[in-house]
Design a protein around this ligand. Structure first.
Ligand code: IVH
Length: 716
């Protein structure tokens, strides 16, 4: 199953789950930044690489969360917010095709309430009293959108949506589609006419195509949409011609004359010019009509022979569409009412308990493998024991699983009719399955309620926790030791080579003294061992922020670690504060709580960690092996302080991470995408669309050397 990169910080993960209403302003800012990067990554995977990493429902959930946070904190909206762009910038290989009118996206509705709100918004906006508000409803085709431009009746340009402003010129490929007329002679066909719609593949054609691909030893496509996208973006149009692509028209771009004054009228015209349009489009006068037609389409969904993922509603009157206009990326006069995420039924073969870094026991359902929304699923999270009890989930049950919210599938419900007679309620273990210590549910001091998580009390005697902490210790935002990832750590732990962080830095010495024999391990030669030692040595000096994050203390994510590093400056000052702060009446404790972003929960987690003798021992040993550098305060006087910098292309004299860290230390803001607010673009070899965009926006562009000399002046 596709897996998203594991996130190093549990605090970050907790933040991701926090309801929008409960976010503080500082947290909202972090979340918006995270969502901006996350959404942009998925846009790229979807639009440029044709290989989505998550389901549409998950993607929509990310966007919905972003929008809700933006609505609550309008002042925090980022200049490069996902709403400031549609899709991803065009891929490099095709010529660019600027759109005469932008190709926009659609906002989403997920339930009847959202649809009601959509209608009411329109009524308010247009100040409608008794006039009927007619809205069309039609299937939302799950394919790739395209713009077809005709001049004097001749097809002259075919383009993908791209970023909504500029697409890719795929004219020759579009020409090969049998559904698309090359020439239109109808009397009322405007001199300039752009027809928009969706290129898609039918299920039967998709299955046959994949069979051919398999026979020819070529890769098969994950789903019809990817197959359509991949086929459409072939550089050799003969390949496209051999692919069974079809086209549904549902909209238009530039038109020198409008032959109708309603959506329905326009679609009928477009149909009369020879395009395929949906037979399922209906005019609806009331909310009930809309929802009724939504249901009717959903019922037909399985039998249509092609994928649809919702129903699109559009205001019928074009003069009203005009008045309603657009908000950022989507028209006010249209919305997509999405179908609920895809589900499947399967057997729970077992329930496994996994023990995490902080000792939380997480139940995971081991499923009989089943495909859900095109992805094979064999595990589903059961969250915690309350969730299992609430849904009464038992081993041997048939359950409905769905992929939503994240790639990790969830169990929605139990199919009670199919429950085996002899089944018994699941008993959640009260001892840790890994180390045998008691597993308890702490009470939240504020609410007095038991926490939902049951935790192993074994601390570091619990091997699961010890291993997970070590994995965290070497993770990307922590020590980030090349060649020492999760797998190796687990193996080294098993073999007794690394039991605590300090052991990592003693490997070389122990190998040389003959105490351990890394070279006896399978697949490990002199070179790989030398490389590992070099990588470890390269990290024996570390910044205070990374160091604090690496300790894996509960609630201390990368951002909090940085806050603490900034506040205390040095390891010495920090550990001193942890010693003195044990006295909750002390000034030191008050100071800790006074730091922006540090509340009691975080403060207590820190102090508890430092109070634990075992942790002190681990720290002491570690500190004899490594040097913790004082926190580099961002230099507000540097020439790049306060500037927004984007790195693109490959860098040769530093890694991306180094470049970013240096820039940030000098007070610059490093961003992943270019917008009007970008000040400097540092472009290395191979820089592509970002560089073009920077040129178009007249942004300062530096090569790596120029950048280095700019900042060297600042640091020397
Ligand atoms: S109307 C300005 N109608 O969905 C509104 N879009 O999520 C233009 N789509 O970019 C779009 N079926 O690629 C419209 N019946 C339909 C659609 C449809 C599929 C796609 C289209 C659009 C995306 C928005």
């Amino acid at each position: 199953m596709a897996k998203r990169k594991s996130r190093a910080s549990s605090a970050a993960t907790e933040l991701e789950k926090k309801p929008v209403e409960e976010l503080t302003k500082a947290q909202a800012k972090i979340e918006l930044t995270r969502l901006m990067f996350e959404i942009s990554r998925h846009d790229q995977a979807y639009h440029q690489n044709d290989s989505p990493l998550i389901s549409d429902a998950d993607y929509d959930a990310l966007r919905a969360r972003n929008d809700a946070i933006e609505a609550r904190f309008p002042e925090l909206v980022l200049p490069n917010s996902p709403n400031a762009r549609v899709g991803a910038a065009p891929a490099e290989k095709f010529e660019k095709a600027p759109h005469a009118r932008p190709m926009l996206s659609l906002g989403n509705a997920f339930d009847a309430e959202d649809v009601k709100e959509f209608r009411e918004r329109i009524k308010r906006f247009l100040n409608l009293k008794d006039e009927p508000l007619v809205i069309t409803a039609e299937p939302k085709i799950d394919g790739v959108s395209a713009n077809l431009r005709y001049e004097k009746g001749k097809f002259v340009l075919g383009a993908t949506r791209g970023d909504g402003q500029v697409g890719e010129n795929i004219t020759e490929n579009i020409r090969t589609l049998k559904d698309i007329p090359q020439e239109i002679e109808s009397g009322n066909f405007p001199e300039i006419a752009e027809i928009r719609g969706e290129v898609y593949m039918r299920h039967d054609d998709f299955a046959a195509l994949n069979q051919r691909q398999k026979k020819d030893g070529k890769p098969v496509f994950a789903n019809p949409r990817n197959a359509a996208a991949g086929s459409l973006r072939q550089l050799d149009s003969r390949i496209t011609a051999a692919r069974p692509l079809r086209f549904f028209a549902y909209a238009w771009g530039e038109m020198s004359a409008l032959p109708a004054n309603t959506q329905m009228g326009m679609i009928n015209q477009i149909k009369s010019w020879g395009f395929q349009t949906s037979d399922l489009m209906k005019r609806c006068e009331s909310l009930e009509d809309l929802l009724g037609h939504y249901q009717a389409i959903e019922e037909k969904r399985a039998g249509l022979g092609y994928d649809i993922d919702g129903v699109v509603y559009k205001v019928d009157r074009l003069d009203w569409q005009e008045r309603l206009g657009f908000v950022s990326r989507a028209p006010r006069w249209a919305i997509a009412h999405k179908f609920s995420p895809e589900q499947a039924t399967t057997l729970i073969e077992n329930i496994d308990i996994q023990v995490g870094r902080t000792g939380v026991l997480t139940p995971v359902a081991k499923l009989h493998p089943v495909t859900v929304g095109g992805v094979m699923v064999s595990n589903a999270t059961l969250h915690n024991e309350d969730e299992i009890a609430r849904k009464d989930i038992r081993v041997g049950d048939q359950v409905v699983v769905q992929r939503a919210g994240d790639v990790i599938p969830q169990v929605v419900s139990v199919v009670m009719d199919k429950r085996p007679k002899n089944s018994a309620p699941y008993e959640f273990p009260v001892i840790c399955p890994v180390c045998g210590s008691h597993a308890v549910r702490e009470t939240d001091p504020k609410t007095g309620k038991a926490e939902s998580a049951r935790r192993c009390t074994g601390g570091l005697i619990c091997s699961a926790q010890a291993v997970e902490r070590l994995k965290h210790f070497v993770s990307r935002n922590a020590f980030d030791i090349e060649g020492l990832g999760e797998k190796q750590i687990a193996a080294f732990w098993e073999e007794g080579l690394v039991k605590s962080p300090a052991d990592i830095f003693r490997l070389k010495m122990r190998e040389e003294a003959g105490e351990i024999k890394l070279n006896a391990r399978e697949g490990w030669g002199a070179t790989s061992i030398a490389n590992l030692f070099a990588a470890i040595q390269a990290r024996n000096t570390i910044g205070l922020d990374r160091f604090l994050f690496a300790l894996g203390i509960r609630h201390i994510g990368a951002a909090t670690a940085r806050t603490l590093a900034k506040a205390y400056g040095s390891e010495k000052a920090f550990s001193e504060a942890m010693r003195l702060g044990q006295d909750r009446q002390s000034e030191v404790y008050a100071d800790l709580l006074n730091i922006d972003g540090i509340g009691e929960v975080v403060a207590d987690a820190l102090l508890d960690f430092y109070a634990e003798p075992h942790n002190q021992e681990v720290l002491e040993k570690l500190l004899t092996e490594i040097t913790v550098e004082d926190f580099d305060m961002p230099d507000e006087t540097s020439p790049v302080a306060g500037q927004t910098v984007v790195f693109t292309g490959s860098l040769t004299r530093m890694t991306r991470n180094e470049a970013k860290a240096r820039a940030e230390a000098l007070g610059a803001k490093v961003s992943g995408s270019i917008s009007k607010k970008t000040d400097i673009v540092v472009a290395g070899p191979g820089a592509g669309s970002k560089l073009d965009k920077a040129r178009a926006l007249d942004i300062t562009i530096l090569d790596e050397d120029e950048w280095l000399s700019l900042i060297e002046g600042a640091t020397s």
